[in-house]
Design a protein around this ligand. Structure first.
Ligand SMILES: [Fe+2]
Length: 266
């Protein structure tokens, strides 16, 4: 069995800087890390699927890195639209958290017991929406062709609509090209994204596909046509992906600090 915890959209800023003047994203990340470390079954890997930093400053990456290093298991990081490749690469250089990909993009494969984790770089620097250029799509094709081991794909921008118009407008910009690559391979077991700041599940390109919440602020769930994007402090959290014999089950771990309550026989 492989267990992978996924955290996303941590949006870390410098000490004392709150998102919208109100959200201490660092405090939420700290709780999230405590909870992952306290899981009864230790994940083999923690994937941080983008928007690690809020403004992409090296100081923000140093802050998030110091906190991620409290994890009791290996972790890896990938870029989202709030990230910048150069400072991210600089701060995580030489660590196992950001393997070198060679083509200038921050995407790479990690081998787990039962699974290959393929982290894609959907950052289109300067834009909120995502993109996968030919280089990145070719890399994915080559990685999938290189091994028949079950593979799971992580990417910041979902390639599918979630129904919230303001987020659907800034999803992955070329999902059809990603779907074309995936159609050539039959050993991808699922796809997990972030970006939307709330959990959602669908089937896309014939695969189970999901969105990871942020541990901090969530995007308000309003699917009306002209709904302005707004945020809430409803319970965030993280995802726990369980892979066994090539089958994927994803758990949403929500809310404040968990206190296990034993069932009492009636
Ligand atoms: Fe985000």
């Amino acid at each position: 069995m492989s267990l992978i915890a996924q955290i996303s959209d941590t949006h870390i800023r410098l000490p004392g800087q709150l998102i919208e003047g109100r959200v201490d994203t660092f405090a939420y990340l700290s709780v999230c890390i405590d909870r992952i470390n306290a899981l009864p079954q230790k994940p083999e890997l923690v994937v941080a699927s983008g928007d690690l930093a809020d403004t992409g400053r090296a100081e923000e990456y140093r802050r998030v890195k110091a906190e991620l290093e409290r994890l009791a298991m290996p972790y890896c990081v990938m870029p989202g639209n709030h990230d910048l490749r150069a400072p991210m690469r600089e701060v995580f250089r030489g660590t196992a958290a950001l393997p070198v990909s060679g083509n200038g993009h921050l995407q790479y494969a990690i081998e787990l017991a039962e699974l290959r984790v393929l982290c894609l770089d959907t950052l289109d620097q300067g834009k909120e929406g995502g993109w996968l250029c030919i280089d990145r799509l070719d890399w994915l094709h080559d990685e999938l062709a290189a091994s028949r081991k079950p593979a799971m794909i992580f990417l910041h921008h979902p390639p599918f609509d979630c129904g919230i118009p303001g987020m659907d407008a800034i999803k992955l910009g070329n999902p059809e090209q990603l779907a074309e690559v995936l159609a050539e391979h039959d050993h991808v077991i699922g796809l997990a994204s972030g970006h939307v700041h709330r959990s959602a599940f669908t089937q896309w390109a014939g695969l189970p596909a999901c969105i990871c919440p942020s541990p901090a602020h969530q995007i308000h769930l309003d699917m009306s046509e002209h709904a302005p994007l707004s945020w809430t402090l409803e319970a965030g959290g993280f995802l726990l992906h369980r892979v066994k014999h090539g089958g994927l089950t994803t758990h949403v771990v929500n809310g404040p600090r968990p206190v296990p309550m034993p069932y009492v026989q009636q």
